[in-house]
Design a protein around this ligand. Sequence first.
Ligand code: ZN
Length: 135
Amino acid sequence: MKQRNPTPQNCPCGKTLSYEACCGQYLDQGEMAKTAETLMRSRYTAYVLRREDYLLATWHTTTRPEILALSDHQQNQWLGLTVRLHDAFAPDRAVVEFVARYKQNGKAYRLHERSRFVFEQGRWFYVDGDILTGS
Ligand SMILES: [Zn+2]
């Protein structure tokens, strides 16, 4: 059996770019994601890296939680992200559908969500999402 080794040149969001050239721009260098899909990918990477500050900063104020109990997700081992759909149906509105895979206590799970984003004051924000069941 072939071992699947993690590739250090891949960003956690799954793009074949280094973290610095991909989501690191947004998480560490203050760049603004230009599309909702890019923001969604960077937020996934923020979950992988447990960057609560970034997750809260990119959450729309109307739906943003006070704090993120990321410790509840401490056992989550994020395995990968697949973006299924990116629909920027208005200049300031977009939906992104994705599947994120993770392991918790040795069991594998899939999170299939359709997320809503808005563009305000020159940047995209995550608003909320619907969990989809099935594939
Ligand atoms: Zn990335």
